[in-house]
Write a protein that binds this ligand. Structure first.
Ligand SMILES: NC(=O)c1ccc[n+]([C@@H]2O[C@H](COP(=O)([O-])OP(=O)(O)OC[C@H]3O[C@@H](n4cnc5c(N)ncnc54)[C@H](O)[C@@H]3O)[C@@H](O)[C@H]2O)c1
Length: 339
């Protein structure tokens, strides 16, 4: 059986999930791992029998790979993808694409010019409950969407700095923006506001601690997404979707249809590993055995452009309109308007 030779860059939390999935596949060989912290790469390489590197670009230059997985924090995007593009090397990249649109747009242009195969880690799209929600909503178009990402501040040292993570909308709530696009279509206008509380325990933090974004979809539907990182743990992450006569509630592990169950008993629960599913889909595509990559780079760029517009609107207080943009990727450019 042919084995796909894979390298992985960034051996932190989410890399552990991808490595668990990839090393369990009999048609994949993870041959090299890299991390800016050499010891982390060495420990992980030793554990799975791969070669360690303290520099992802050096790894790409030294190894003969069929694909690479980038699992680095938001601020680290740009040079790694450029190195993959220079080698015409297909890549999987974790969300978000970058802290802003600059690096992401330039990578997207390279990917499009080469027709390079890519996949992005918007793993909710591989959940069976999301598929079921889509089926339900095909016959009951959404008129109102409400979403919440109410959580703790993640412990990663880069997370609470805007120039490192992009902030909560860009780093976390992006999953809900992506689902909003999937379930309700493209957005043509955003308004937003944010609040920042001083954090005694995190004196350098500059990310918003709470925010609310108002979305107007091209369909005429309305949405709001509220985020907070002020809590001691995860309180609520998910969407409520209002259609004529029914309210559908979607969380990562459950789907509830409140027309059928007024008391809110879920109609479906998920026991899946969507990260293993997205990895399997990309491997199958690269081995020409499947065609189920649900979020290639250009599709992720549309979500990222929407989130970046919402983030700008939250900071400036100016509304943003999204349009088709010069690249032809709908929704990847935005213009500001007075509120
Ligand atoms: N899909 C999801 O649900 C999900 C969940 C968690 C994290 N993520 C995303 O994955 C990315 C990583 O998150 P994490 O929680 O694993 O972070 P982490 O801090 O646990 O790990 C990141 C690793 O990357 C390394 N690194 C940083 N810059 C590097 C560079 N230039 N080259 C090589 N290595 C570098 C760090 O040393 C660290 O070991 C983030 O973008 C995050 O948003 C996605």
């Amino acid at each position: 059986m042919p084995r796909l030779r894979v390298g992985l860059v960034g051996t932190g939390f989410i890399a552990g999930r991808h490595l668990a999935a990839l090393t369990a596949m009999t048609d994949v060989a993870v041959v090299a791992v890299a991390d800016a912290v050499a010891e982390r790469a060495a420990v992980e390489a030793d554990r799975i029998g791969a070669r360690p590197y303290d520099d992802g670009i050096a790894m790409l230059a030294s190894e003969d790979l069929d694909a690479v997985w980038f699992c680095v924090p938001p601020f680290a995007h740009g040079p790694l993808e450029a190195a993959a593009l220079a080698r015409h090397l297909p890549f999987f990249v974790e969300k978000p694409l970058s802290v802003d649109m600059v690096a992401a747009q330039s990578i997207a242009d390279g990917v499009r010019n080469q027709g390079l195969r890519t996949a992005v880690g918007y793993h909710w799209r591989y959940l069976d409950v999301v598929e079921q929600a889509r089926e339900l909503l095909a016959e009951h178009p959404v008129q109102l969407l409400m979403g919440q990402w109410l959580d703790a501040t993640p412990g990663a040292p880069w997370w609470s700095r805007r120039d490192r993570s992009g902030g909560q909308l860009v780093e976390q709530t992006t999953h809900l923006f992506d689902l909003a696009r999937l379930l309700c279509g493209e957005v043509d206008r955003v308004h937003a506001a944010e609040a920042i509380s001083p954090r005694g325990e995190l004196p350098d933090a500059d990310v918003a601690t709470s925010s609310t974004v108002l979305l107007r979809f091209r369909s005429g539907a309305l949405g709001s997404l509220s985020s907070s990182c002020l809590l001691g743990g995860r309180h609520q992450v998910g969407l409520q979707l209002i259609t004529p006569g029914r309210a559908i509630e979607l969380r990562e592990r459950s789907l509830t249809d409140h027309e059928l169950q007024v008391d809110g008993v879920p109609i479906a629960r998920s026991g899946q590993d969507p990260i293993a599913a997205e990895d399997r889909a990309f491997v199958d595509a690269l081995l020409d055995r499947g065609d189920d990559v649900r979020v290639p780079y250009d599709e992720a760029l549309r979500t990222h452009a929407l989130v970046c517009a919402a983030d700008r609107a939250a900071r400036t207080g100016l509304g943003e309109s999204l349009d088709g943009g010069p690249s032809g990727a709908a929704g990847t450019t935005a213009t500001r308007e007075a509120q």
